[in-house]
Design a protein around this ligand. Structure first.
Ligand code: CTP
Length: 409
């Protein structure tokens, strides 16, 4: 059986989800499940109204932990429960949050286990509103949201779309997958890379032959996107320069989409200012057609001669640049003599670290979710890592970047 890839950011984190009375409460079950599967310890508090939509057992089943309701507020542990719940949380999420609960939070009302807990909690609070668009737009709700925002509450959404009334408008709770991105951003915001800028490149570039055809490579972008996510999880400000890929942006990333090697070069060079580290995971084309045909090259004219020229070596330009980041990491996809070839690249390109992998192995390299990499340092040291997920490779590489930056882990 395949095990799920877990990111470090969620491990053993204590997360409380408060659920209030909206039809979006069913999505909270998915959120609780996703967080639990990711390794977090998830406990749930349902309001009275929430229980008209979902049952505590739904949440106990997906989290393996108790789901609390207002009956616990008046139970035998009542005098300590709300303080206890509040103290043991790393994060309190209220999703979905109705207009009514938002009003109570804004004014410090504490008439249910959830609102009592929210008032007692000193951990970050994320609120995902869900309500009819008229209620959302009402000046009272807007004023309450403003109060929460000014107090440092993280508001996510609502999104536009179809609502319970059948109308289209702004009021839908943000989808759990997107909330996960916001949650990891909050959990990581005081990480070792907080205040640091990390530039990551990902995916392959496309070099046009004519308006239809391109010279491309098989990079999926997965390793580069995992690096961007791992850097975000550590609190970094991340710019992700991506070739054409089919991957969603990690929440919080600044993404610059490019197509050709020249565009990638320009994007990287224009973003060097203030960057602490560059992780160059992109598979940049080494050659491009000298000329791009204006019209589609026709088959009946027979095979065309496509003359190629070299593209610029982006890493070479970066390391010789006066704004070169303190740490520059390259990647080497090799099909033979991996260590020797990677070491030559490390030296020629002036890198601090190169991450080499053997693309002929079935479990390593393009499109798969795992990778087996060897790390080679500028002082000659070599470190072989076992087969692991691309998420784990990314976390390991970021550990090395933190050490190379001289940051205490
Ligand atoms: N790279 C780059 N600019 C290029 C080509 C590659 O910055 N025009 C970077 C890649 O992003 C990677 C590293 O250089 O981090 C090594 O890329 P790779 O394709 O393995 O090396 P090449 O120098 O292109 O050598 P070869 O293709 O001959 O193996």
């Amino acid at each position: 059986m395949k095990t799920q890839t877990k990111s470090r950011i969620f491990q053993e984190r204590r997360i409380f989800i408060g659920i209030t009375g909206s039809i979006a409460a069913y999505k909270a079950a998915d959120l609780a499940s996703k967080l639990t599967q990711a390794g977090a310890r998830v406990e749930v508090i349902l309001t009275e109204a929430a229980q008209h939509f979902v049952h505590p057992i739904t949440f106990q089943s997906v989290t393996g932990l108790r789901a609390f309701t207002d009956s616990d507020l008046w139970g035998s542990e009542a005098h300590v429960l709300h303080i206890g719940l509040a103290e043991r949380a790393d994060l309190l999420i209220i999703a979905p949050a109705t207009a009514n609960t938002i009003a109570k939070l804004a004014h410090g009302q504490a008439d249910s286990l959830l609102t009592v807990t929210a008032l007692a909690a000193r951990c970050p609070l994320l609120v995902a509103p869900a309500m009819d668009s008229g209620m959302f737009e009402h000046p009272a709700t807007q004023a309450n949201l403003k109060i929460l925002e000014d107090r440092g509450v993280i508001l996510v959404g609502p999104a536009e779309g179809r609502m319970a009334s059948g109308l289209i408008g702004k009021g839908r709770m943000v989808e759990p997958a997107e909330l996960m991105g916001h949650i990891r951003r909050i959990l990581g915001r005081e990480g070792p890379l907080a205040g640091r800028k990390v530039l990551v490149t990902a995916g392959g570039t496309h070099e046009p032959i004519d308006p239809v055809r391109v010279i491309a490579n098989r990079s999926s972008g997965k390793q580069g996107f995992a690096l961007a996510q791992a850097a975000l999880d550590l609190g970094a400000e991340v710019t992700l320069v991506s070739g054409p890929v089919h991957l969603p942006s990690p929440v919080g990333v600044r993404r610059l989409d490019v197509i050709t090697a020249t565009e990638m070069r320009d994007a990287v060079l224009s973003d060097l200012e203030g960057a602490d580290a560059l992780l160059m995971a992109a598979a940049v084309a080494d050659f491009r057609p000298v000329k791009t045909a204006k019209g589609k090259i026709k088959r009946r004219k027979g095979p065309p001669e496509v003359q190629l020229e070299s593209t610029d070596d982006i890493l070479g330009l970066v390391t010789s640049h006066n704004k070169a980041p303190k740490v520059v990491v390259g990647f080497a996809a090799e099909s033979q003599d991996m260590i020797d070839n990677a070491r030559v690249k490390l030296e020629e390109k002036g890198l601090d670290l190169i991450v080499a992998n053997d693309i002929t192995a079935a479990d390593s390299g393009f499109a798969v979710d795992t990778n087996r990499v060897t790390l080679i340092y500028s002082d000659g040291a070599i470190e072989e890592l076992p087969l692991m997920s691309k998420t784990e490779v990314a976390e390991e590489v970021l550990d090395r970047v933190i050490a190379l930056l001289g940051i205490e882990g």
